[in-house]
Design a binder for this molecule. Structure first.
Ligand SMILES: Cc1ncc(COP(=O)(O)O)c(C=O)c1O
Ligand SMILES: N[C@@H](CCCC[NH3+])C(=O)O
Length: 417
């Protein structure tokens, strides 16, 4: 098995051998499939069956310029949470008029830049942000398009760190106060109310929490209509889960259909902000075994990727599938797959039955989302390379960070005397 490895075999379309990628670009390296990203995006786009919509890819899931450029050429919009993400979208050829700007901490300069380039909508997360946006828009003499991100108090039934729609979370405006905040927004001369938004969490594996949140938003939309505030779009955020192990999340088509059924008869465009479900299973992290270390208690495979490259197992105790690129025959041992970083939390997988030898190439599956983007330079390790495979071609979409780059922007103290 030396070809590209995916979770969803039906989307498999690439013919590049992972061994060749590792040979050419070294390890650790993230490898993405163009065909898979395209198919996942189209699954969303086509699910709307021509109804007014915008699929805004959540840039935080994978912000590689090659990935963003591919998506923008397919017609995607983008959900951003920082000025940096906005600049990436622009550099990748994305259309600012299809950008929604989320996030609880937008600075004045974030706002100015987004207004200058003309984003589609600001997802406003507090009354304080609303007032600040009014000021900044007035200074520029423009109208800021807005929706309010409401917090519907719905349990997304996911890991607490990635659950965002509960009252105790920092996100959005309490749905019980939303009407009042909309009334205030309607009074502000430089704000243009477009819609309503929510995002209740990530890696959701059932439809119920989405539909629950939707019902609550529809009640709010009706109350606002009665108060003379008409909304044009409904943004349900991202959050649809993927299969890492044996989860069976709904498909984008099932999800969109279920939502559309509840919107029948309403004149509302639908926006979604999927991240993980477009890129997670389009990527693997390639890593090589440096050492096999056998102790009395455990067998360790020490590999050249670490928690700085992929933090999901350490941070959320996430189970990530991990497979040898060229499986061996023989008696399996139960390995903890660990990196070179000086932390006990530095592991990619635990207790996996594998037949391994030093130098073997491993692929961590489902690593296309929240992989490279969450990487760091901890232990002064350069960041991994990123490669996009396309049919029988491989393109380096980010080169490996050199060791010189790691300290190039720092300075020693001046010498005394
Ligand atoms: C506001 C917002 N939109 C979209 C997303 C994308 O979520 P996911 O990758 O789960 O689809 C997130 C992250 O959870 C988010 O915070
Ligand atoms: N980083 C998280 C997802 C965060 C979602 C951000 N709103 C993960 O790897 O699962």
């Amino acid at each position: 098995m030396d070809t590209f490895i995916y979770r969803d075999a039906q989307l498999w379309a690439e013919q590049v051998a992972l061994n060749d990628v590792a040979e050419r670009f070294g390890t650790p390296t993230y490898v993405y499939s163009r065909a898979h990203i395209e198919a996942s995006y189209r699954a969303y786009d086509e699910a709307f069956k021509g109804a007014p919509h915008l699929v805004c890819f959540a840039v935080k899931a994978n912000s590689n310029l090659g990935v963003l450029n591919l998506l923008s050429r397919l017609g995607a919009g983008f959900d951003i949470v920082s000025r940096g993400e906005l600049e990436r979208v622009l550099a990748a050829g994305g259309d600012p008029a299809k950008v929604v700007f989320s996030g609880v901490g937008k600075s004045r300069s974030d706002m100015r830049r987004a207004l200058e380039v003309g984003v589609h909508c600001f997802n406003v997360e507090s009354t304080e942000e609303l007032e600040r946006l009014q000021q900044v828009a007035a200074e520029l003499g423009v109208q800021a398009p807005i929706s309010l991100r409401v917090n519907p108090d719905v349990d997304a039934q996911t890991h607490p760190y990635i659950s965002t729609g509960l009252k105790e979370n920092k996100f959005g405006i309490d749905i019980d106060h939303a009407e009042q905040v909309y009334r205030r927004a309607a009074e502000l001369p430089n704000l243009n109310i477009l819609g309503v938004d929510c995002h209740i969490g990530s890696q959701l594996t059932s439809l119920e929490p989405f539909l629950d949140a939707l019902e609550r938003l529809l009640l709010l939309i009706d109350r606002l209509a009665a108060a003379g505030i008409k909304l044009h779009h409904l943004d349900l955020g991202g959050g649809l889960g993927v299969r890492y192990r044996d989860e069976q999340p709904p498909t984008p088509q099932e999800y969109i259909q279920a939502v559309q059924q509840r919107l029948v008869g309403r004149d509302l465009a639908l926006i979604v902000e999927p991240g993980r479900s477009i890129v997670a299973n389009a990527g693997v992290l390639l890593t090589r075994v440096e050492y096999l270390k056998h102790t009395e208690h455990k067998d360790f495979a020490i590999v050249d990727a670490a928690m700085n490259d992929l933090i999901r197992p350490a941070l959320y105790q996430s189970w990530m599938d991990l497979v040898p690129v060229q499986p061996r025959t023989g008696e399996a041992r139960h390995y903890d797959i660990v990196g070179p970083i000086c932390e006990t939390g530095d592991f990619l997988a635990k207790d996996r039955a594998l037949v391994l030898a030093e130098g073997d190439l491993l692929a961590v599956r489902s690593a296309g989302a929240y992989g490279f983007v969450m990487s760091s330079n901890y232990n002064t390790r350069g960041r991994a390379a990123e490669v996009m495979v396309d049919g029988d071609q491989m393109h380096l979409v980010r080169r490996r960070e050199s060791l010189e780059e790691l300290y190039a922007s720092e300075a020693c103290l001046p010498q005394e005397g």
